[in-house]
Design a protein around this ligand. Sequence first.
Ligand SMILES: [Zn+2]
Length: 132
Amino acid sequence: MGKSQPVMSIDDRIMWDGIEHGELKLQSCSHCRTLRYPPGPICAECLSMESNWVPVAGTGTILSWVTFHKRYFDDFPPPYNSVAVRLDEGPIIMSNLVGDEPEGSWIGKRVRLEFVDHDGRRQHAVRIDRAG
Ligand SMILES: [Zn+2]
């Protein structure tokens, strides 16, 4: 069993650099403005290879979730919650739900992105937005 490590490629290094500085940026097609996630070399909508990076608001809605009760990584002791979140800008990201939430029906809950230190590296997580 090892530690979890992000896979960094030439296409997503800018995203990881943003996360390190507490900002989630997504790749945006320079031609049609479609947001690409995960980042990649070509726009799936218009096939343009041109892109830039834009920050997202960091708010979204939980689409699905799973609570892991088995240990898969040394640095992720169970239980922990992984969620699929549709960002308000459209793309779906996977993140970890933080906060002392009772396991249950989180689908449809509004969340807000935050950044947490994890084993010497910064990563994003989401917290249920009580105001939203
Ligand atoms: Zn495009």
